[in-house]
Design a protein around this ligand. Structure first.
Ligand code: GTQ
Ligand code: FE2
Length: 351
């Protein structure tokens, strides 16, 4: 039946529905029925804001420590699942977050994959992550990179359980359907560079005099940004009054070769807030994962208030309006998918 054949005496809806049913058999559908859902006026994140309390995380992951070994698990990680995206192993639509535990004497074998990872150390001393032949010793507040396809393994020769937050871009890698992974025969890779070598070598105001710009165009050569070095810089900004009304005294972890984000998919920040900070409203298209490192406070997200303290992890989905309040001096670490959005020219911010 052609459109011209619509008889006004017939129900237009019925005629259209018959047409939709007919073209459906040819795997076609009318855009006009869904256009407003596929091209929304503004971002409508399916994710929800949420805080994971550290005491609950720690209790559960220590319990997991008695249930499964890292050999069996490959990685002993509890996934922080966004309550609106259950079963999808994601904290936002683009990022994965989880908390990993490695007990004294344990190792997590060397492997590599397309997904990039960051680790933010929450608790315990004495573990390491080895990345591309370099060991990064893990202390609370350290920020460690595992760029895509970089071999990595973890170990804990110390005496305490060590816990850290993992954030990976795997939902995005899987969105592109580009995931590869390989295991190694050896449990741990040979480390052929001094511990902490990359931070000294690349993060001290000098660079090796060679062709490094292309090698490190999409990822920082530094694998361990220590809290011992980064915190005093945020503090220096705060004391100098260099305080953003939304973000506090915030530094961006950067690639020393080109000043860009540390990786192509994920960017990170450390912010210090003075006692009594009352942030202005802010929103942006990136999904944000925060960790409270010191102090405590609350974040108003639209009509919700998230209360958080040390090692609590909280998530703010894209384009949700939020503002932080800090009754005492506070430090927040954060990570987001902003570099991907900037690369595509789609990142936006607003009030
Ligand atoms: O430590 O290598 O949380 O490969 C998820 C995937 C951690 C890791 C995760 C991983 C790892
Ligand atoms: Fe991994």
């Amino acid at each position: 039946m052609s459109v011209a054949a619509i008889d006004p005496k017939h129900n237009v809806q019925t005629v259209r529905q018959n047409f939709y049913d007919k073209i459906s058999k040819q795997d076609m559908a009318p855009l006009w029925e869904v256009l407003r859902n596929v091209v929304t006026k503004e971002p409508k994140s399916k994710a929800s804001p949420k805080v994971w309390k550290y005491d609950e995380i720690k209790k559960s992951i220590l319990e997991a420590g008695e249930l499964i070994t890292p050999e069996e698990a490959e990685r002993r990680v509890l996934v922080l699942e966004n309550p609106s995206l259950r079963g999808q192993s994601r904290v936002t639509n683009t990022l994965f977050a989880g908390v990993q535990l490695i007990m004294p004497g344990e190792v997590a074998d060397a492997h590599k994959h397309v997904s990039s990872a960051i680790r933010f150390v929450l608790d315990g001393e004495g573990a390491y992550t080895a990345v591309e032949g370099e060991k990064a010793n893990m202390s609370r507040g350290d920020f460690i990179l595992t760029p895509n396809w970089a071999p990595h393994d973890h170990g804990n020769p110390g005496k305490e359980p060590v816990l850290w937050l993992d954030v990976l871009d795997m939902p995005t890698i899987n969105h592109f359907e580009t995931s590869f992974m390989e295991h190694y025969d050896e449990k741990a890779q040979n480390t052929n560079r001094q511990d902490g070598d990359s931070l000294d070598r690349y993060g001290s105001g000098v660079l090796p005099d060679g062709q490094i710009v292309e090698t490190y165009a999409k990822r920082s050569p530094v694998i361990n940004y220590t809290y011992a070095r980064t915190r005093p810089i945020a503090e220096r900004l705060m004391k100098a009054g260099d305080i953003d009304p939304r973000h506090g005294a915030r530094v961006r972890y950067s690639n020393p070769v080109n000043g860009g984000h540390v990786m192509a998919t994920m960017g990170a920040y450390l912010a210090m807030f003075p006692k009594g900070f009352k942030g202005e409203d802010y929103r942006s298209t990136e999904g944000m994962i925060f960790v409270c490192v010191e102090g405590h406070g609350s974040t108003k997200v639209e009509d919700k208030v998230l209360e958080w303290g040390p090692n609590d992890v909280f998530v703010i989905p894209p384009w949700k309006r939020y503002a932080h309040t800090c009754p005492e001096e506070t430090v927040l670490f954060s990570i987001s998918d902003r570099p991907m959005q900037e690369a595509l020219g789609i990142w936006r911010e607003g009030k």
